[in-house]
Design a protein around this ligand. Structure first.
Ligand code: CP3
Length: 344
């Protein structure tokens, strides 16, 4: 088994730069689409044999250096008492968003063995069959809160921001609840076999730095302090975070994930001495392969062979992506960095 992904998380030298893709198991793969034609997304997530099978698809087809568990960040919400619908083409929709102190007080603690046993069983099955390290994941408290309060993904997160500015006490109770739930969820995934975990704070880039510092940072510090005890590398990812990277690094994580809106070298300077994951624009993969290759080499040049770079996209694989481009990109990253190591 190649452990170059885990070595890079610890900033140890690797034989090649490790590469995997956020959402590598999803709609870009025809094998996934065939399964989705017969099952809903929730059915796939709640059937451990199928979730484990989907988790392994990109390892075989693309040659990536890590697998990410097939699940969704909204799966734990049902256990906390919130009904979530995963709507095709939209994403998670919550019919009764949380807006008041009473709404937040009704949330139940997450008990992973009771509430998400299917995720833990999928983790065990995938780990047993997987030839590369298996990454577990969860939504970060802020990103989960943005769905709970706004009710669905929105560009401006108006209701979420209204709550955090107008009723900070309720906001902090919500964030504290989600922090404990996320910690319990990731602990259970690691106990079931996850060898690294990624915290997706996908929508945190909507915040001003001062609001991140007041409304999010203390909870993220508590989360990462708890995760540090699990003994596996922790990846801290967000998009649109160029102005937040120093604060995110302060919050924690062994690896900081960055999107394409900042040069990788510049992002690395802002986060200081830790590993970095990213950061090719996923939309580039829709262009002819020579364009993809040039953009990927640019990312690798920014990393400049320093240990602790995990090649990834800056956000998830787009559904229209040709799978062959993903496979060729994996080869390109491996070949380019093997040559560099031999030459250097
Ligand atoms: O490789 C994979 O696809 C991994 C599995 C995975 C899913 N969701 C399954 C899924 C992962 C890692 C997630 C994480 C997730 N879910 C995040 C964080 C990552 C990110 O992209 O920022 C977020 C914000 C969600 C919430 C969510 N679920 C959204 C926004 C959507 C719609 C996405 C879209 O592009 O339409 C979903 C639905 C979803 N979750 C799909 C998949 C494969 C697509 C729908 C389907 O197959 O019906």
């Amino acid at each position: 088994m190649t452990d170059r992904f885990l070595r890079a998380c610890r900033r140890e030298p690797t034989d090649r730069t490790p590469v995997w893709f956020m959402r590598q198991a999803g709609r870009a793969l025809p094998e996934y689409r065939a399964l989705r034609a017969r099952h809903t997304l929730l059915d796939l997530c709640r059937t451990p044999e199928l979730a484990a099978q989907i988790t392994l698809l990109p390892v075989e087809r693309l040659g990536v250096d890590a697998a990410i568990l097939f699940a969704d960040i909204t799966l734990p919400l049902a256990g906390m008492g919130v009904a979530v619908d995963l709507v095709e083409g939209v994403g998670p929709v919550i019919a009764e968003p949380l807006r008041t102190a009473a709404d937040v007080a009704r949330l139940r603690p997450l008990v992973p063995d009771r509430d998400v046993p299917f995720v833990l069983e999928a983790t065990r099955l995938a780990r047993r069959a997987c030839s590369v390290p298996l990454i577990g994941f969860a939504g970060a408290p802020f990103t989960l809160a943005s769905y709970l309060v706004d009710g669905r993904g929105t560009r401006d997160l108006v209701q979420t921001k209204r709550l955090l500015h107008s009723d900070p006490a309720t906001w902090h109770r919500l964030m504290a609840h989600l922090t404990e739930a996320t910690l319990a969820y990731l602990e259970a995934q690691v106990a079931a076999g996850a060898q690294a975990v990624q915290v997706f704070d996908s929508w945190v880039g909507a915040l001003a730095p001062r609001d991140y510092a007041a409304a999010v940072l203390p909870h993220m510090q508590r989360l990462f302090a708890g995760l540090a005890g699990l003994g596996v590398p922790v990846i801290h990812f967000g998009t649109g975070t160029a102005g937040l990277l120093a604060l995110m690094a302060q919050a924690g994580g062994d690896v900081i994930g960055v999107d394409w809106r900042i040069r990788l070298g510049e992002a690395w300077a802002r986060i200081g001495p830790r590993a970095i994951q990213g950061n090719l624009d996923p939309a580039v993969l829709l262009a002819p392969f020579p364009v993809v290759a040039a953009a990927a080499r640019d990312v690798l040049n920014e990393a400049a062979g320093r240990p602790g770079h995990i090649f990834n996209l800056g956000h998830g694989v787009l559904p229209q992506t040709p799978p062959d481009h993903l496979a060729r990109l994996v080869d390109l990253v491996h070949e380019t960095t093997a040559t560099a190591a031999a030459a250097g």
